[in-house]
Design a protein around this ligand. Structure first.
Ligand SMILES: CC(C)(COP(=O)(O)OP(=O)(O)OC[C@H]1O[C@@H](n2cnc3c(N)ncnc32)[C@H](O)[C@@H]1OP(=O)(O)O)[C@@H](O)C(=O)NCCC(=O)NCCS
Length: 456
């Protein structure tokens, strides 16, 4: 392992009594780059708000680099102690190296403190300097978010059990790093920090198997209407959304055959809304009913306060576990945020992709889960979402991608026959969450109340 080239004025690292590290705060991105020995980084990104981050860097070694502090967070985050010795060595190496302290501080500040958000891109991997232990550098940043999340929850009056469950996410995020992406080495990858940043300042909680983020709906682009008498629900495509003939939306327009497809149009007047129906199976249609306001009520649109649903890694997405989580959310959010009632659940994932019904058996947890939501197409790249199952990016390599688990094998086999995958959006309205498990949107589709399919 390389020895530090930039020595601190002292190696004392006790909290509060450490040396002044002002020289560390004044190091430039260029000096850091030279120190870590990595070229080809994104110069604009590493330098983004560099000075602003430096201003708030403490003169002493930051608390979260102290062994007792990161160890406490490691325990709270549910990690076992098998990597403590290696982590302690990396923490010590960082404490002795002003350039690494500066870089670590900037990663921490960018992730958790910066008023403006921007994900870390093209940051050093630290592999030239830390070798096999490189993943511990950003692992320390991930652990540092745990006390911030705990403090944030205390301010919001969140029960300790919910906090304890929510802070497990650092461990969940680190799993892909060592299970595949980095040849089994332990750690956290810098792109994973973006997700962890949300827990420290958003209304974002794990309730049982699932996580819920109270925020304006940015996931589901559709406008959604409920029939005032029957309660049935229909989604209309946003104006201008371009569909292929198969009712899907492609991020890359060149994937649509020239001259094929169609563009959705949406109009509202005093008496009605008129737009292209999206089926609950996630397909756009040319069918444009007119929904009279006297008969239908608008119940969801982009920007409405919602719960964005997140499905943490970990299997066990059983019908019972999901129903339990969703019922907990129905109780938790009105109790803790009575002035911010959400309209329902929304999300974007490969798990709402209609193709899963063909790729997997109907009795799997994944297909049961998919069936509980109203799927909505969104612009999707050709291989979007496969990463979550294979920890690989880009087009599937049928000879090299893992076939270790049943869904991996089933989806690879499907992709050989249908070489086009996608992610989709979804919603489940607040009133319908109580009926999770009953396939509320699929049961009676298509509704006679909408009129004959194909009429405009
Ligand atoms: C989606 C997910 C929760 C589904 O879990 P599930 O179907 O309930 O999983 P189960 O525990 O019933 O296991 C069923 C099979 O899936 C496999 N499996 C579970 N999680 C997996 C994962 N992350 N990657 C690959 N295979 C997985 C299991 O090993 C098992 O395979 P086997 O039959 O060969 O033993 C799971 O795939 C997962 O954790 N994915 C990562 C998280 C994710 O994709 N989130 C959405 C992000 S947008």
């Amino acid at each position: 392992m390389a020895t530090p080239a930039v020595q601190s004025t002292s190696t004392t690292a006790s909290r509060g009594e450490g040396p002044s590290l002002t020289p560390s705060a004044s190091l430039s991105p260029e000096q850091i780059r030279q120190r870590v020995g990595e070229c080809g980084l994104d110069p604009d990104d590493l330098g983004w708000r560099w000075d602003l981050g430096g201003v708030s860097q403490p003169a002493a070694i930051p608390d979260f680099l102290q062994d007792d502090v990161w160890r406490r967070s490691r325990i709270d985050g549910g990690f076992d102690d098998s990597h403590d010795a290696a982590c302690a060595q990396v923490a010590d190496q960082v404490r002795r190296d002003p350039a690494l302290v500066r870089l670590l501080w900037q990663a921490y500040w960018r992730t958790y403190l910066s008023p403006e958000r921007r994900r870390l891109q093209g940051w050093p991997t630290l592999e030239p300097l830390l070798g096999d232990r490189a993943g511990f550098f950003y692992y320390l940043v991930a652990l540092a978010g745990i006390p911030l999340t705990q403090a944030h929850h205390r301010r919001l009056g969140i029960p300790a059990a919910v906090t304890a469950s929510t802070v497990q996410q650092a461990r969940v995020e680190s799993v892909p790093y060592y299970s595949g992406a980095h040849n089994g080495r332990f750690g956290v990858d810098f792109p994973q920090l973006e997700w962890l940043s949300h827990y420290t300042r958003e209304r974002y909680f794990r309730l049982g198997r699932l996580e819920f983020w109270l925020e304006p709906n940015q996931a589901c682009p559709a406008r959604v209407y409920r029939h005032r008498a029957t309660g049935q629900v229909v989604a209309l495509a946003p104006d201008g959304m371009m569909f292929a003939d198969d009712g899907a939306v492609y991020a890359d327009p060149s994937e649509r055959r020239p001259g094929s497809g169609w563009t959705a149009s949406f109009q509202a007047d005093q008496d009605a809304w008129c737009g292209n129906v999206i089926t609950p199976f996630g397909q756009g249609t040319r069918w444009r009913p007119r929904l009279a306001k006297a008969v239908w009520q608008e119940v969801l649109r982009p920007g409405d306060l919602c719960l964005t649903l997140h499905i943490p890694n970990g299997g066990g997405l059983t019908p019972a576990a999901c129903r339990d989580s969703i019922l907990r959310a129905l109780d938790f959010f009105p109790r803790h945020f009575p002035d911010s009632l959400p309209r329902g659940l929304v999300s974007i994932s490969w798990l709402f992709n209609n193709q899963l019904r063909q790729a997997l058996p109907a009795d799997t947890n994944i297909v049961h889960f998919l069936n509980q939501f109203y799927s909505v197409p969104r612009p999707s790249g050709r291989w979007d979402g496969l990463w979550f199952l294979f920890l690989r990016k880009g087009a599937p390599d049928f000879d090299a991608w893992p076939r270790d688990t049943t869904p991996q094998r089933q989806i690879l086999d499907f992709l050989r026959q249908h070489p086009r995958w996608r992610e989709s959006a979804m919603f489940l309205l607040w009133e319908d969450m109580l009926h999770y498990g009953e396939k509320v949107y699929l049961q009676d589709w298509p509704y006679p109340e909408l009129g004959a399919a194909g009429t405009t």
